[in-house]
Design a protein around this ligand. Structure first.
Ligand code: NAP
Length: 240
């Protein structure tokens, strides 16, 4: 299989890239960090690097025009997390997060259109944080809720073109992104576990991939409660 992964210089994306290569797939690894891209490319002839800032549509279009092959699987995983403290809204922060987590994916989706072919799989890495309002996650959660919605709406049309879209909804995964968190992260899993679960469920053709199962199921159940109950539970768990 031929696979492209954005955000492959670190964390979940890098682990997915290494695991796909270990099973004999060809992977194009994307990111901004040229040094890590060079190191990855040097590790295997199956790894190809592509420097790319997803916030820049022109760069995405140019980069996808230079692909060494057309991917069967496009994994749009690049993302950032910044928190809002004590409800002090900061539009600059929110724009930064939306630029990568929402518009970054939109740019990649738009830039891949000329290379679409029946049977391809598009995978968007969102977050369970997009399904339940959590404190300090005004920017991050909103960006993930937005990209989850866009992906599901797009799937209604693209699936008729023979393109399968899947959403990945992780809970906590141990990566440089979560390393910065100072709060407790229940049921956190390793990148190896995350990669294994994502790859297995993609192989099975799953459209929604929740991981780890117990933690994300718990949050989804809370999200189904009346709003006042959700608020009370989240305040008691996280803010008290
Ligand atoms: N870790 C978790 O617990 C968790 C939970 C839920 C969802 N997720 C989602 O999973 C995805 C991967 O997260 P991670 O935990 O693996 O994070 P990570 O280790 O911090 O990796 C983030 C990746 O995104 C890339 N990136 C950031 N800004 C970019 C930009 N402007 N253009 C291109 N690439 C950019 C980074 O590469 P460069 O710096 O080289 O550009 C890096 O490779 C994210 O979408 C995140 O929101 C993670």
């Amino acid at each position: 299989m031929n696979i492209l992964i954005t955000g492959a210089t670190s964390g979940i994306g890098q682990q997915l890239a290494l695991d796909y290569v270990a099973q004999g797939d060809q992977v194009i690894v994307c990111g901004r960090n040229q040094q890590v891209l060079d190191e990855l490319q040097a590790r295997s002839p199956l790894l190809h690097s592509l420097a790319l800032d997803v916030t820049n549509l022109k760069q995405c279009i140019k980069a996808f025009g230079q692909l060494p092959f057309v991917p069967d699987v496009w994994i749009f995983n690049a993302g950032v997390c910044e928190y809002i403290d004590d409800g002090e809204l900061d539009s600059g922060l929110i724009k930064r997060v939306m630029d990568v987590n929402f518009f970054g994916v939109v740019h990649c989706l738009e830039a891949m259109i000329p290379y679409q072919a029946q049977g391809q799989q598009v995978v968007v890495v969102s977050s369970i944080a997009g399904e339940l309002a959590l404190p300090r996650a005004e920017a991050y959660g909103a960006s993930k809720a937005a990209i989850s919605y866009l992906t599901q709406a797009l799937a209604l049309d693209w699936e008729r073109r023979g393109i399968a879209l899947s959403l990945v909804m992780p809970g906590f995964v141990a990566t440089p992104l979560t390393q910065k968190n100072t709060f407790s992260m229940p049921m956190m899993i390793s990148v190896n576990e995350a990669s294994q679960q994502i790859r297995q469920q993609l192989r099975e053709g799953k459209r929604f991939i929740y991981l780890p199962k117990r933690f994300t199921t718990l949050l989804r159940l809370v999200a189904m409660l009346p709003y006042r109950w959700q608020q009370k539970l989240v305040q008691r768990w996280i803010l008290s």
